[in-house]
Each structure stands twice: as structure tokens, then as C-alpha cells.
Design a protein around this ligand. Structure first.
Ligand SMILES: [Zn+2]
Length: 140
């Protein structure tokens, strides 16, 4: 690891995730940090699952994008997933449905001011602008 003398950027967790999982090294990641553990678990299992697949499937396979849309986690691969790989994606999707996107605590999906999202009670009224002053925390 190299140490750099600039302020940590708020999206550093995405950079670390890409660095840790080669399959996602060029993935666009558009969601908040609360889902980081779900993504890390998914990518870890995805890499393990993909390693068992025929070389013809592995070649060129990568995660193209990870994004939140209407409160739902979507993961996009460069190839049509095998059933085994799809099961991993489905599991992450299901986990994100009940996980606060801000802090990772148990949350619920709701329409908040016209935007669907999953939040815990503490972040019911959180907005992305808050994250600069009061960033995502681990649940107590
Ligand atoms: Zn929360």
C-alpha cells in the first residue's frame, strides 16, 4: 500500500473495492457506502464461482456496473451469468433490499419524497449532501 498525503476522498471505498476484486476493477459503482459489505461479499463469492467456470466463460468476464436504481441494487456483467453466478447476484440484490444504503444497518424500502430507497430509522431523512459533514458510520 502506498500512502498519499491528500485528504481521503468520500468515494475511496469504491477504489478499494475495485483494487481488491480484479473482476470489478473497471466497474462503475453508483451506490452509497452502506452496501459496501454486501458488494464485498458478493464479489468475493463471484470471483470464487467464476474460477470454477469453463475458461470460455471466464474469458472477458467482468463486472461492468454496480448501481442503485429506484432503491434496488443492480449488478451488470459483461456476459450472461450462469445460474450459479446469477444466484450470487440475486442474493446480493435481496440483501440490499433490507440494508440501509447509508450505514449498512437493517433498513426498509420506502418511498421518500418520491425516491425509493432503503434506509434505517436513523437515516430516514438523510440526504447525500449530509455525507460530507456527517459521513456513513458503522452501526453501533
Ligand atoms: Zn442507516
Amino acid at each position: 500500500m502506498t500512502s498519499i498525503s491528500e485528504q481521503p476522498r468520500r468515494d475511496d471505498w469504491k477504489t478499494l473495492l475495485r483494487a481488491r476484486f480484479p473482476i470489478a476493477k473497471s466497474a462503475g459503482i453508483e451506490c452509497f457506502k452502506g452496501w459496501q459489505p454486501i458488494l464485498a461479499r458478493m464479489l468475493e463469492r463471484l470471483e470464487a464461482a467464476v474460477a470454477q467456470q469453463p475458461a470460455v466463460f471466464r474469458r472477458g468476464l467482468k463486472v461492468k456496473g454496480i448501481r442503485e436504481k429506484f432503491g434496488v441494487l443492480g449488478v451488470y456483467l459483461s456476459k450472461v451469468p450462469t445460474p450459479e453466478v446469477q444466484a450470487l447476484l440475486d442474493e446480493a440484490h435481496a440483501a440490499a433490499m433490507v440494508t440501509c444504503e447509508v450505514c449498512g444497518a437493517p433498513g426498509r424500502m420506502a418511498d421518500r419524497h418520491g425516491w425509493m430507497s432503503v434506509k434505517c430509522d436513523a437515516h430516514e431523512n438523510w440526504s447525500p449532501a449530509d455525507r460530507i459533514a456527517d459521513g456513513p458510520r458503522q452501526p453501533a
